[in-house]
Design a protein around this ligand. Structure first.
Ligand code: SAM
Length: 276
């Protein structure tokens, strides 16, 4: 597909110039203007014809256009930059009557379940400064979503998909993989963005598991992973002392370190904590 041909809309650079959308660093704005790449991201989500997608931070609308062009049932975008909202209202909403809605507001304050009917999916080139808190919020309520298709800075994506005994393995790996199958899709070079960030980016797909990998409560999982990785070089008998549990009571060697445990081990510790 040639650039700028996924729809008959003006090129993104024209939209940016006309609506004065110079990127603002404090809003984590790095715009993706290559419609081949945005189409590739949209395609990773598969068939969207029955799905309502919620997009966080549409900016000038690169990914937004690709999602709309893919035949999505409906797209609801949440953006806090009024300049982008005005631009999208002007040039994109009229091209997709009834299919595209823009919510003005802070994504951190949204009730995503209330925004759209099921089946719903989150898709976003995330503002990097709030990517982790947004992800944690969605994971906490993951049954509400058919899936998440998210772009992170590569270092965060590496943590999400990391396996035990690696440097990147930690709380984000455990909580993500406990609840979802996580798939790194592809990297995007910094030069593809305007302005280019300092780091590479990676698109990650999250598919909720029918059941979590092991039984445990969210709160207990948060507590044990926080305590264990808060002192990741210490043995578990030391790092879990503050929680008043002994890893041996969950069948885990007390001299082990946090990064040696898999998701099921952490769930066993979480159940032990709850039982105490
Ligand atoms: N989707 C566009 C793209 O791919 O070119 C823009 C992505 S840019 C990395 C992040 C976007 O999130 C910006 O449009 C920014 O204004 C928006 N944003 C930043 N903080 C936000 C927040 N708290 N709530 C909603 N949108 C936010």
């Amino acid at each position: 597909m040639a650039k700028e041909t996924i729809d008959n809309l003006p090129p993104l650079r024209e939209v940016i110039a006309e609506h004065d959308l110079a990127a603002k660093k404090q809003l984590g704005q790095n715009f993706l203007l290559d419609l081949n790449l945005t189409s590739r991201i949209a395609r990773t989500a598969g068939d969207l014809s029955n799905t309502t997608v919620i997009e966080v931070g549409p900016g000038p609308g690169g990914l937004t256009r690709a999602i709309l062009a893919s035949g999505v049932k409906k797209l609801i975008a949440v953006e806090r930059d009024e300049r982008c909202i005005n631009a999208l209202t002007d040039y994109l909403a009229p091209a997709y009557p009834g299919k595209f809605e823009i919510i003005s507001g802070d994504a951190l304050e949204q009730d995503f379940e209330a925004l759209a009917p099921a089946p719903r999916r989150i898709m976003s080139n995330l503002p990097y400064n709030i990517a982790t808190p947004l992800l944690i919020g969605w994971l906490k309520n993951i049954e509400a979503f058919e899936g998440l298709t998210l772009m992170f800075q590569k270092e965060v994506a590496d943590r999400i998909v990391a396996v035990p005994r690696t440097k990147a393995y930690g709380r984000l790996s455990i909580i993500s993989q406990w609840l979802c199958e996580v798939q790194p899709e592809f990297n995007i070079d910094a030069r593809a963005f305007t302005p280019p960030p300092k780091i590479q980016s990676t698109v990650v797909s999250f598919t909720p598991r029918p059941e979590p990998l092991a039984q445990a409560s969210w709160n207990a999982m948060e507590k044990v992973t926080a305590a264990a990785f808060g002192q990741r070089r210490k043995m578990l008998r030391q790092s879990l002392k503050s929680l008043g549990i002994n890893p041996q009571d969950a069948g885990i060697i007390e001299t082990a370190r946090a990064e040696e445990l898999n998701v099921e081990d952490f769930a066993a510790l979480a159940r032990l904590l709850e039982a105490n």
